[in-house]
Design a protein around this ligand. Sequence first.
Ligand SMILES: Cc1ncc(COP(=O)(O)O)c(CNCCCC(=O)O)c1O
Length: 451
Amino acid sequence: MSTATHGGPGLPQERRLVTEIPGPKSRELFSRKQSAVPSGVGTTLPVFITQAGGGVVVDVDGNSLIDFGSGIAVTSVGNAAPRVVERVQKQVADFTHTCFMVTPYESYVAVCEKLNALTPGDHEKRTFLVNSGAEAVENAVKVARNATGRQAVVVFDHGYHGRTLLTMTLTAKNMPYKHRFGPFAPEVYRAPLAYPFRWPTGPENCADEAAAQAIDMINKQIGAENVAAVVIEPIQGEGGFIEPAPGFLPKIVEFCKANGIVFIADEVQTGFARTGHLFACEHEGIVPDIIVTAKGIAGGLPLAAVTGRAELLDAVHGGGLGGTYGGNPLACEAALGVLETIEEEKLVERAAHIGEVMLSRLNAFKERFEIVGDVRGRGAMVAIELVLPGGKEPNAAATAEIARRCHAEGLLVLTAGTYGNVLRFLPPLVISDELLEEGLSILEKAIAAVA
Ligand SMILES: Cc1ncc(COP(=O)(O)O)c(CNCCCC(=O)O)c1O
């Protein structure tokens, strides 16, 4: 049993199972959850957490599980990271909230200055802060529509952008995100994505053909002059960690530039060192007009940001942007702690290293197991797509069973994908090589048992 009094990196960095997963106390708490919380709020793994840090989460029964989820790409710098805790502890004792629109405070400005400097592009930028990724995406579209005077928004197959009315509309997958929640927002159009593994004529043709089809759809069905914005994830997250075929994104950016369309990069899941660059746009030298960030930005405190060309954001009339909690002071201090941690612990390089280790092992699984159809991703954002033997038919059943076996062995993994057949891996960037290796070995055994 751990004697640690707090979470953070001081927690024993070990997998430790003292009960079955979930244990008796978690099961009791889960029955309370079922009586208090609607079942529409899902649960990936019903273990109730008491502490977390480094590469582990500890549950109420004393089990220590290896974390390959980071709370869905949020605790990249580690749970209860020291610089985050120190800053938040000081801030919470000074003041917890004033509403930045009422009486501002420096930490909000400091976060915006950092994002203006660190995001791709050396043009003049502005940033404003909100509370969630969806809220940031909504506001990015507002800014684009206001700046262009246009209404249409183009998104892509398999995209995910949130659960609010507009972001649900922007999201591709019906179940569970959109089903029975319509009518949806108008003026949203969906284009084909350059999905190499499933492109009909093969990965080698994917970028050119997908870009041509997307541009043709825009020109024929909408009119480029009517499009306010294109919104795309540089690597799709919930849609299944799909890296658009190399060359696809630059073609879309070029088309947007030529037609006065605002290119919005949704880096909610890919941002803040996750993919082996500070931002995933850097992999192909993409300079977005607006970049949306959240998740990894503040180590678990709720914060999201809209960063973009000054002329676009400054075009909004006074009072047109805001919200009560946007840029809460605790979250801003957490974000400053995150950025310090990424720099001082060289977590961009660490993410690239994690990617090399994971992709090497996952590709070995692909060679060994026929049901591993595709291996993809970058940095500490990698995935395997599971298929039926002998082809590319999605294998959601195997995906669920492999995840169940990993969970039972104390490895927290997440699934994803339009077809529910992707196992995605998002370890904290501070996870040790030993825990990473142990987690991959558990995964290999689970795949072998199902293959
Ligand atoms: C690219 C991308 N854009 C936008 C969002 C939305 O961010 P919020 O902070 O969840 O609103 C996400 C959130 N992804 C995790 C959703 C989890 C769930 O709700 O089941 C994303 O990945």
